[in-house]
Design a protein around this ligand. Structure first.
Ligand code: ADP
Ligand code: MG
Length: 232
């Protein structure tokens, strides 16, 4: 399905946001790396899907009712076998927190190589239009609100300055024994989202807000492992 059809389908189903699989297809169409994945309906499809992917895998609930999947017990990482995967699906289906939710299916995907978690976001300003945001994942964004914003379209220089503006910028260079994270890979994603031919300007009328949370950034590249696009 092409991106226009994916967006039209979500609208025709009265969804307020794209599901995670659709969101990642959109990111991939702009050249952003996402994990290889499959969508399955239930435990009986686990073995066939598992066989087509390279473990360890991550299983995630797909539900329009659940915004924070891990808080609801809807993410299981590091699955090493089809049996483990089928069990995890059954457990999610039976968990009290998830039983009441509408379930679209389960996203089964490959694990990204370890790295620094970064958040890339977008909001619309009524006056300036799309803004792109970047921050470091975890407490940097949630507790310290250490983020940088720019009006789209951004240039490569803007993207570099956004990273330099972060108070936690040193973390990307590998502070305190951590491995460095590729700043070029983050800049590349920021341009694909917020640049001149980027996703936000190409889809200016489609989305109210968007985020990649997290983008996992290693020394050699960046993978978007969660994607949320809220429709206008
Ligand atoms: P949510 O934000 O809705 O709780 P995520 O899809 O962001 O769910 O998954 C929660 C966490 O699990 C992520 O922040 C990340 O640390 C880890 N994770 C999720 N998917 C992957 C993946 N494909 N590879 C590696 N880690 C992952
Ligand atoms: Mg997330």
């Amino acid at each position: 399905m092409n991106i226009r059809d994916i967006i039209s389908k979500a609208r025709s189903e009265n969804r307020t946001a794209l599901d995670e699989f659709a969101g990642k297809q959109l990111l991939a169409s702009f050249g952003i790396s996402v994990p290889k994945s499959a969508v399955i309906k239930g435990a009986d499809e686990a073995a066939a899907a598992f066989a087509k992917l390279t473990p360890p895998l991550v299983l995630k609930i797909m539900s329009p009712d659940i915004l924070h999947k891990s808080d609801a017990g809807g993410v299981k990482v590091n699955l090493k076998s089809a049996v483990e995967t089928a069990d995890a699906i059954r457990r999610m289906m039976n968990s009290p927190a998830l039983r009441a939710a509408r379930i679209d299916g389960f996203l089964l995907e490959e694990m990204a190589p370890g790295g620094q978690e970064v958040v890339v976001g977008a909001v619309r300003d009524p006056q300036f239009g799309p803004l792109v945001m970047v921050g470091l994942g975890g407490i940097f964004v949630e507790v310290l609100a250490d983020v940088a914003f720019r009006i789209c379209p951004i240039t490569r220089l803007d993207a570099r300055e956004m990273l330099a503006d972060l108070k936690g910028a040193a973390v990307l260079k590998g502070a305190r024994g951590r491995k460095p994270a590729s700043q070029d890979a983050i800049v590349d994603v920021l341009l694909k989202i917020g640049g001149e031919d980027g996703l936000l300007l190409c889809h200016a009328d489609d989305f109210r807000e968007a985020d990649i949370n997290p983008l996992i950034v290693s020394e050699s590249g960046a993978v978007a492992v969660d994607a949320r696009f809220v429709l206008r």
